[in-house]
Design a protein around this ligand. Structure first.
Ligand code: GCB
Length: 598
């Protein structure tokens, strides 16, 4: 599936705005055919937005179940003769969609796109009715997982991840026109050697008999630097300008379907950053140079809009990343909006791209986030069916993000149970799925503190070790000296594995404005001291090739005794004001950038 775009042969129309919206507490709408006409009893709802915080109503905020969205739209009259597609960038966590009275598609998974050809159902110049039945219930067979428990006051949604289950239409919905003879998919893989570059491309076309594929690579000034014909091939780029962290450079690859008389049937543009990624020993190399990740685990999370994409917040968050000297982040704990990846491509930020497989650890959840008594991997909990959903989530993430130069590493899960035979069996094939989908990038998963070196049975499959550690917070709380000793001991053991180590989480909850002369947990001073302690540990270990603080900003979670108005481990508050740690990190990361450290 290709991302919607405007080109000389394609057009797109954004369907954002106010949609009709109705919660369906009894799941009655499908049988009653609510898609067959205007939604009755509906309120208005913004798209894109998580629906949860828009109503001043707890029963909306915490709602799980069926959710109906509907709007009408007009197919541009100029689209006569075109193929018309309805494209959702995401629907969290699943959706079924109707156009007028006809069901056109269903999709499982809350963070990847899906689309349907609706040409036969619509008439250019006329209106169509789009109805989406979104569902945000989590089960043992969803990614992420959850379960419904019966309580004295009714059913409750339990889940094991530490962020609020925001849901709805978080990203744009599009009507798209493409030619019938069309480019259907495109993969680019780039190489670098002695100052020259290569771009290997593979394209797929549909209904394209009588068309040849022509590709043109242009530099950022629009000058043609290479051309080729054929559905796949290699473009040589002598004296290439590489894409590099902090120094983005994008070429434009145009793929065209051209008929015998030279008429262009379809044209698709793909930005291309020429760069290489390689794991060698304990080093992580980008363009053959050792790369040190400095940045954050983030969240798509803002007041009011929840997990919705917003360009204004995107620009501001990246400005803060630049201000603080970050060069990278992880899309914890799900695929982010494609706008985020495009922006990272253009601005030279490096991304660890994560599947929404978070909370596959009922032991951890039982201990910390509530919901006890489940075995993670078992026929009745996370099982083979879950693994198929997980595998599909990996394939969809790679299919969506494979051409982004900013993406250098796949994370196929965050903090799953990984110290049991069940975990080993569950994950072994998933690493194969990731490598089959993308043989060019390293693959890893994020290891939890409960599965330390010597106990973890899944890290053997990973190219890079990604560790989340909270020495000085969840353990050795307030005792940074003890934390430093234990952390140093554990990290040295991992270093013995001979793989690069990225510390993908370390952090301390911090109430902005809480100050303390002595290093007290929750104070701004403690967060600074905690980070300093961690940095001493990392700087003493050669195998550590990255530090990503948890978290960039405070974020919403479900309520509970562990969280005060959400998770407060942000270096910025939820409204993006700096805590003291932001200035401390800025000093360290900016010094590192200028080469005075490491
Ligand atoms: C973790 C999780 C992250 C949590 C964090 C915390 O290990 O990966 O989702 O938010 O810890 O703050 O406890």
């Amino acid at each position: 599936m290709l991302r919607p775009q405007d080109s000389s042969t394609r057009e797109k129309k954004r369907l954002d705005g106010l949609w009709s919206f109705r919660l369906d507490r009894d799941s009655a709408g499908r049988d009653a055919g609510w898609f067959r006409g205007p939604l009755t009893g509906a309120r208005e709802m913004a798209v894109p937005a998580s629906f949860n915080d828009l109503a001043a109503d707890a029963s909306v905020r915490d709602y799980f179940g069926d959710i109906w969205y509907q709007r009408t739209a007009r197919v541009p009259k100029g689209w006569a003769g075109e193929r018309v597609v309805l494209h959702f960038e995401s629907a969290t966590h699943r959706a079924t969609v109707w156009v007028n009275d006809t069901e056109v598609m269903s999709h499982e998974g809350g963070y990847t796109p899906f689309e349907a050809d609706i040409t036969e159902l619509v008439t250019p110049g006329e209106e169509l009715r789009i109805t989406a039945l979104v569902n945000n219930t989590l089960s043992f067979q969803s990614i992420p997982p959850g379960v419904i428990e019966q309580t004295p006051t009714g059913p409750a949604q339990i889940y094991w991840h530490d962020f609020f289950n925001f849901a709805g239409l978080h990203r744009s919905v599009w009507l798209v026109a493409t030619p019938q003879a069309r480019i259907e998919d495109l993969t680019v893989v780039t190489g670098l050697a002695a100052g020259d570059g290569t771009v290997d491309y593979t394209s797929a076309a549909t209904d394209a008999d009588g068309f040849d594929t022509h590709v043109v690579l242009r530099d950022a000034d629009g000058a043609v630097v290479a051309e080729a014909t054929g559905a796949s091939g290699r473009l040589d780029v002598p004296g290439v300008r590489a894409w590099a962290p902090g120094a983005a450079y994008l070429y434009d690859l145009e793929v065209r379907l051209v008929d015998d008389s030279g008429v262009v049937g379809d044209s698709y543009h793909q930005p291309v950053g020429v760069r290489t990624v390689e794991v060698r020993g304990t080093q992580f190399l980008i363009n053959g140079e050792p790369f040190y990740f400095q940045g954050f685990g983030m969240h798509e999370d803002h007041a009011v809009i929840g997990k919705a994409h917003s360009d204004a917040h995107l620009v501001h968050d990246f400005e803060l990343l630049k201000w603080i000297g970050a060069n990278s982040f992880r899309t914890s704990h799900y695929p982010y909006s494609e706008e985020v990846l495009d922006y990272a491509d253009r601005h030279g930020i490096v991304i660890i791209d994560e599947v929404a497989a978070v909370g596959l650890n009922m032991g951890l959840g039982g201990g910390i986030f509530g919901g006890q008594g489940y075995q993670t991997f078992s026929p009745g909990t996370v099982n083979d069916a879950t693994r198929q959903v997980h595998a599909q989530a990996i394939r969809e993430l790679v299919a969506r993000d494979k051409n982004h130069p900013s993406v250098v590493l796949w994370s196929i899960a965050n903090e799953p149970e990984s110290d049991t035979a069940g975990a080993e069996d569950y994950f072994r094939p998933l690493f194969d799925v990731a490598r089959a989908a993308d043989p060019t990038r390293p693959v890893g998963f994020v290891n939890v503190m409960l599965a330390p070196h010597g106990k973890c049975r899944v890290s053997q499959f990973a190219d890079v070790l990604m560790l989340n550690r909270y020495y000085g917070w969840y353990v050795n709380t307030g005792d940074l000296a003890g934390a430093e000793q234990e952390w140093t001991r554990e990290i040295s053991a991992w270093a013995g594995d001979g793989k690069p180590i990225i510390i993908t989480e370390y952090g301390a909850d911090t109430m902005p404005g809480l100050h303390s002369l002595t290093p007290q947990p929750w104070s701004e001073e403690y967060q600074v001291d905690y980070l300093d302690m961690n940095h001493r540990v990392f700087d003493a270990c050669d195998a550590v090739v990255g530090e990503q603080v948890w978290n960039f900003a405070d974020f919403a979670t479900k309520s509970g005794i562990m969280r005060v108005d959400g998770n407060k481990k942000g270096v910025f508050t939820r409204d993006r004001r700096p805590k003291s740690a932001a200035f401390a990190l800025r000093r360290r990361w900016r010094a590192k950038e200028s080469g005075s450290l490491n």
